[in-house]
Design a protein around this ligand. Sequence first.
Ligand SMILES: Cc1ncc(COP(=O)(O)O)c(C=O)c1O
Length: 482
Amino acid sequence: MSKVSFFSGEAVPLEMHKVRIVQKLNLVPIDRRLAALNEAGNNTFLLKNCDIFLDMLTDSGVNAMSDRQLAAMMESDDSYAGSATFTKLENKISELFGKAYFLPVHQGRAAENIISKVFVKPGSIVPMNYHFTTTKAHIVLNGGSVEEIIIDEGLAVTSDCQFKGDMDTAKLEATIQRNGADKIAFVRIETGTNLIGGQPHSLDNLRQVRKLCDKYGLMLVFDASLLADNLHFIKTREAACKDMSIREITLQIAQQCDIIYFSARKLGCARGGGICTNSKETFLKMRELVTLYEGFLTYGGMSIREIEAITVGLEETMDEDMVSQGPQFIEYMVNELDRQGVPVITPAGGLGCHLDAMRFLPHVPQSQYPAGALASAVYLVSSVRGMERGSVSEQRDDNGNEVYSNMELLRMALPRRVFTLSQIKYAVDRIVWLYRNRDLVGGLRFVEEPKMLRFFFGKLATTSDWQSKLVARFKADLGSDL
Ligand SMILES: Cc1ncc(COP(=O)(O)O)c(C=O)c1O
């Protein structure tokens, strides 16, 4: 990582790349934003891009690509079967992860579908550090259940614990003993734990989990979608790894795992995904499903051009400058908000800056979806789109009861190498304004509620006319300013 200190002493993250292609953005007036929110049923997934200034919904498929990735896309070997482009990716996977067998899939959840279909049976349990929405949905769909075994500190919103994504190994062993190893489909570790604020796990913790898997004959499945950020944190926070290269850390991580899968919409800065393993038996079990659900084994539902881009993107992820950019920008945003009293998840993690809606809007009960309300309010006052990561992102239990999330977060994702520092400052400015006027923000209630993954398509209405009041206060303070 290029270490550049400012003479002024100010902590400023410095871009180690330059912008060569740009996209014009719109910043529409607040009245239009209010109308757009109504049309979208207060669900930021349903907003249209033309109404959005800074899109911090996700990093998925929207990281900036490099000149080398774009160049590689031009030389792709487009064919249904036997593409040389695919062989390049297969070789890169084997070089970086040390895995001999690779299956391509069109995105991360497609890998989850295949892994769950093959290994999860009715009654199976999948212990994991923390779930991701699509992961849990696939496991449940196949009759299994998820047990979250994150360390206690992982769910503390403010903390100075450096590896809040670690698994509690004592609890893991207790879970295995309580249920019997034969009930456990596999143990899953998610790197850069998405739903608890992009928090990393340590390499040491992964080794301990591996030991337990060996002791009980269990398979360790690793979701590497958010590996880039986690690599940065292992390198900078884990004393034993500070002299290791990113490549060495990657290999050491991979050596602990039986199956690695990833969303290349995140890891590799393109669009696609994959599953790799060293076990021929495991590979063969999953192979047929890839051809059934994804496509032939040399493209797996991905465009061949994207496969070229992934190969280059994975190689570029071995560069400390590349993996540190996201976390450093996120740290800047988190620290600025924290300094101004806005409740955020600390320490800063990867993926994005996470606002703690329970402390931001303590007057909005969980039954009125504080994180969803905060997502609406932030969009309204800034045209910046974030993603609800709280109870709206859960689904009801079999009896139709709400399952309240451990944390009510608004995730402001920072796709890698996309935003400039002044854009981050704008987002901080409007969030701080909102915090000062938080008493005006009210709750939400579902008016359309799909049974599964309701956060994608569900529509919500406000529980009062709080949005018009917020608009009036905004205009009083900022005039006709956007
Ligand atoms: C940790 C994790 N796993 C799996 C997925 C699913 O990947 P995809 O969106 O490519 O289906 C995501 C996507 O956000 C993720 O963050």
